[in-house]
Design a protein around this ligand. Sequence first.
Ligand code: GLN
Length: 456
Amino acid sequence: ISVTDLVKESYEQISKTDDEVQAFLTLNEEEALNRAKELDEAGVDAEQFPLFGMPIGIKDNIVTKGLRTTCASQILSNLEDPLYDATVVKKLNDAESVNIGKLNMDEFAMGSSTENSSMKKTRNPWNTDYVPGGSSGGSAAAVAAGQVPFTLGSDTGGSVRQPASYCGVVGMKPTYGRVSRFGLVAFASSLDQIGPITRTVEDNARILEVISGQDEMDSTSANVDVPKYSDALTGDVKGLKIAVPKEYFREGVDEKVKESVRKALGQLEELGAEWEEVSLPHSKYAVATYYMIASSEASANLARFDGVRYGKRSENAKDMMDMFKMSRSEGFGDEVKRRIMLGTFALSSGYYDAYYKKAQQVRTLIKQDFDQIFEKYDVVIGPTAPTTAFKVGEKIDDPLTMYANDIMTIPVNLAGVPGISVPCGFHPDNNMPIGLQIIGKHFDESTVYRVAHAYE
Ligand code: GLN
């Protein structure tokens, strides 16, 4: 099969399914077909170019040169022609994959259902009454709908793993510092990581191999060797030690979700792994801590959207202050405004010590919970989310319930460790996919992939 055929197939599948699924915000068809032709003429060198001719989709908060990048926000809706590629995009191009287009998301990656997009509502391909999860809902739905074999998402508090779980696909949040954030529009810089969403663990490992590594354009990217993750997929988990936090099985977690995860643990046991119950005592503070830190960082990061440097400027302003205010009032949606207000308040003098500083201290405790467990165990396993996907509209008017949904993914970002979500059966009541989360030590994605692959 030629690259051109592969790319055409991708667009055909998109035109068949995307009226319903609504995963893509921008298609790159002309460019992609030109690129495919180039690759067909050049021919394959599979050793050198592991992703030769593979169609990919990119979350719309990752900058793509010359291709509209909006973060699903009105304030960037006219950013038609970005001047550079994010490092991950450059690396994927160098590996000779083909960029099919940009994917829908919650505005500025704030949300858990993709309903906060100002552009369109993405639907879960398994049942379009349900949300795909979020914020990388477009990225997960596109893979689940067979539109592209893999996509990139970003994960600040669960946004790769939770939609992967809801859409029955594989999503990895790498260790903080593993993948360059250069060209990822910043939400919460101390938490953000880009990660791959795929159908299989093997595909996922191969993509992370390509996008990982230190980058001089991102001072938080780490100088740590990138192993060949695909070499870790041996199927062997004999003697592996699994920690199972009891906090991940508390009330509020759906009984059938718990059952599926226990069944998965049983399977790993049969393969020779051992598991024990442990405690992550500070995880009950994780949601509060996260929303304090993430909103504070967001309020600072989003200050740059002022109607001058990027994106849209209000047409109706009378003077300069008015212009800043009106551009932001018109350009940001409700959820983004809520976070900016919360973050600005938490960082203001007089409140800084009580909120932001306190949250940073609790973050350290949450990280120490993991450090202690990883002295004895190789991985931590639990559900990715307390439930399966919920129905479109079900939680949109209740931000707190929406935030609580992130309870099992957020601690992973606060600790900076890697975590993957892999499909783990279906809920008998609604037939929606369930996700199993496997969490590893800092920079030990290899073991996470090994366990995920053995289970898969
Ligand atoms: N749902 C979380 C939030 O709204 C996580 C988002 C993310 O990981 N980008 O902040």
